[in-house]
Design a protein around this ligand. Structure first.
Ligand code: HDE
Length: 702
């Protein structure tokens, strides 16, 4: 097969007639002038079979759906490019896209949730897929990763068991896109290799604020191979420039109803607005001679290599700058495959990875209807494709000539075998008995979940405890699963087990002695990955008639200059509100269509009449107190401070001149054109920090 158009295709291309006016046609190109009524025998008579247009229209519709992905069904995709910083990896890999400075390789990235169906909500507690297709000049390379660096199982043969356990239960298909149910926790309690990934799943990493604000990991140990065939172990990391941020669990649950497309929409809108998300690709390189220097097996995908032990070297950057034109054609039909490799990158014997190399091609044969899905535009390599593969469903290529075999003379010996820039499997000596047995070196299940737990800040640890309590609280008490999971947690850390047990009304198991305790890894706490930026954060401004428009303009201009989005939210769903200056201010959203959970911070401007209305409006008051409860920055100026007090915000506020910033509540009595610079500066600083983790809000009823 050759993907450059052959002469016959070119002839047809040349003869194509553009109907010029964008006319509606059948699939055969026949123009149609009526598509609202089917052909019938008489006005009220039976519909006729000969209406080929109606039949074609409905038949195509009947066949519109293809099977959804068995996992990672719900996703969002975008195009962009990858660019290496320099040729620093040239000694380690023959992959040119990683080593040619200035070379921009096109990419398509698909982010996804894992457990839910295509129609499920974005903000569920789940792992996120982070799959990248690099359209390199040496062929397509797919890095099919996740936003956790570890997986739930060690051997691919367990994948159907794990996925069946986490998916909705088979007898009633409940619950959708949720891990909080009997079968997952039954499995976890019996399969301790799951525990490390389960710790990540119970952490804030499972609730990303945005796809643009999460890390990505290749998970497995792969291998880079240089032009001389020498190998080095490698772990891949994506680090977002916007830092790592999460939602709060209560927000996730609300957003699932208020805006189930929250993460998809966020990615789409950021790209449409020109705020192109960017990640740095980093690698951990481990010489083959160090393979056995770690207290775990490098081939075990339930283990990380701590960044403090092997630093992550920055390699290049990826920018996503174009949304797809058609969700189905691109995001749905994209086919990733761990075995799509280019020269310079290779596998290791990780038993999870080896299974994936079989599974992705296999699933695509059924999902995309046969063996020709690589012809689909989103999957087509930019590299020249030539081979002797023929036929099959949806063959898009008209191959020329009588030969479709190698070796041949009748086809001039084509396609010929390459003698440069070739993919050669890494030469590795393999020697062993044919056995069905887990390696002894894989059998430490507790020291790395413990490392993760020990590396959390106090608030992150508290969230993990709350997540276990929520999830296990949904597990039937009669099943005996809850105490079994707590027993497992006790083998990770007694304090963790005791805190979870207390929330479930269980007696904590007796403390056991812990054999291995690694030094904490600061890189694991996402609070250490918060850069100083407010780019693309969303600020809600609450306004009604009589609002202080000058004050809004001053604050909004500063926030927008730094890349934030500022939405005016009012009691009415559109149009304008009148302002204290007599001007009109355009309203972006009515309070009835939005929620504080969709914003990163709230600003309440002054204007006595506006404030009077806001304090009388339960939805507005709720908006403020809920944002306060969700630990967000709250700012108010002038009379707007009264709204905070009506919302139960008990923090100290400004009562004289000068801005006051306390507990993430920023206030100033100044207003209009005189609005304090210090107030605006403090608001920006608070939005940069994202949340006020030590705010005490237990008494807030929102
Ligand atoms: Fe996947 N996985 N997986 N997986 N996976 C699929 O492929 C599978 C694993 C990941 O946006 C499927 O085309 C097995 C680890 C992502 O299209 C399927 C095993 C990691 C995506 C499949 C794993 C992943 C998938 C479903 C254990 C992180 C979505 C549809 C041996 C490193 C890609 C499809 C997209 C999708 C199999 C484990 C990531 C069934 C058998 C570990 C991001 O083939």
């Amino acid at each position: 097969m050759n993907n450059t158009p052959n002469p016959k295709q070119q002839q047809l291309e040349g003869a194509r007639v553009d109907n010029g006016k964008g006319y509606l046609t059948t699939q055969q190109g026949v123009r149609i002038d009526h598509t609202d009524d089917a052909l019938t025998a008489g006005e009220r008579g039976p519909t006729l079979l000969e209406d080929f247009h109606a039949r074609e229209k409905v038949t195509h519709f009947d066949h519109e759906r293809i099977p959804e992905r068995v996992v990672h069904a719900r996703g969002a995709g975008a195009y962009g490019y990858f660019e290496p910083y320099d040729d620093g990896l040239a000694d380690f890999t023959a992959a040119k896209f990683l080593t040619t400075p200035g070379l921009r390789t096109p990419v398509f990235v698909r982010f996804s949730t894992v457990a839910g169906s295509r129609g499920s909500a974005d903000t569920v507690r789940d792992v996120r897929g982070f799959a990248t297709k690099f359209y390199t000049e040496q062929g397509n390379y797919d890095l099919v990763g996740n936003n956790f660096p570890v997986f739930f199982i060690q051997d691919g043969i367990k994948f159907p068991d794990f996925v069946h356990a986490v998916k909705p239960e088979p007898h009633n298909e409940i619950p959708q896109a949720a891990s909080a149910h009997n079968t997952l926790w039954d499995f976890v309690s019996l399969q301790p290799e799951t525990l490390h990934a389960i710790m990540w799943l119970m952490s804030d990493r499972a609730l990303p604020r945005s796809y643009r604000m999460m890390q990505g990991f290749g998970v497995h140990t792969f291998r880079l191979v240089n032009a001389s065939g020498q190998g080095v172990f490698v772990k891949f990391h994506w680090k977002p420039l916007l830092g790592v941020h999460s939602l709060i669990w209560e927000e996730c649950q609300q957003i699932a109803g208020k805006d189930p497309d929250f993460n998809r929409r966020d990615l789409w809108e950021a790209i449409e607005a020109g705020h192109y998300p960017e990640w740095e690709l980093g690698v951990q390189l481990i010489p083959e001679s160090d393979e056995f220097d770690f207290p775990f097996d490098l081939l075990d995908a339930t283990k990380i290599v701590p960044e403090e032990r092997v630093p992550v070297l920055p390699v290049g950057r990826m920018v996503l700058d174009r949304n797809p034109d058609n969700f189905f054609a691109e995001t749905e039909q994209v086919a990733f495959h761990t075995a799509n490799l280019v020269p310079g990158i290779d596998f290791t014997n990780d038993p999870l990875l080896q299974f994936r190399n079989f599974s992705y091609l296999d699933t695509q044969l059924i999902r995309l209807g046969g063996p020709n899905f690589a012809h689909l535009p989103v999957n087509r390599p930019i590299a020249d494709v030539r081979n002797n593969q023929r036929d099959g469903y949806s063959q898009h290529t008209i191959a020329q000539g009588p030969t479709s075999y190698y070796k041949n003379t009748l086809g001039g010996g084509c396609p010929a075998l390459a003698d440069e820039d070739v993919f050669r499997h890494y030469t590795e000596r393999v020697d062993g008995h044919k056995i069905r047995r887990r390696a002894e070196s894989f059998k430490d299940y507790y020291s790395q979940p413990r490392l993760f737990w020990d590396s959390m800040s106090a608030v992150e640890a508290e969230h993990i405890v709350a997540a276990f309590a929520f999830e296990l609280g949904k597990v039937g008490p009669e099943t005996g699963i809850r105490p079994r999971v707590v027993e497992q947690l006790n083998l990770i850390d007694h304090d963790l087990a005791a805190r979870v047990a207390a929330k479930l009304g269980l007696t904590a198991p007796a403390e056991v002695s812990i054999d291995v305790r690694h030094a904490p890894s600061p890189a694991l706490s996402q609070l250490n990955a918060v850069p100083h930026t407010i780019d693309t954060r969303r600020i809600a401004v609450l306004a009604a008639g009589g609002v202080d428009v000058r004050g809004i303009e001053r604050a909004a201009a500063a926030l927008r200059r730094l890349g934030a989005t500022v939405d005016i939210i009012s009691t009415v769903g559109g149009g304008t509100v009148w302002c204290d200056t007599g001007h009109e201010l355009a309203v972006d959203l009515g309070i009835n269509t939005t929620s504080s959970a969709l914003y990163d911070a709230v600003l309440v401007p002054g204007g006595a009449e506006s404030v009077e209305q806001l304090t009388q409006d339960g939805s507005m008051i709720h908006f403020v107190s809920e944002a306060y409860k969700h630990l967000k920055p709250i700012a108010a100026f002038g009379a707007g401070i009264d709204v905070l007090q009506a919302a139960g915000v008990r923090t100290r506020v400004a009562n004289g001149s000068g801005a006051v910033s306390d507990d993430g509540v920023i206030t100033s009595r100044t207003s209009g054109d005189d609005l304090d610079d210090a107030f605006i500066g403090a608001l920006v600083g608070a939005v940069e920090r994202h949340r006020v983790w030590d705010r005490v809000t237990d008494m807030i009823p929102a």
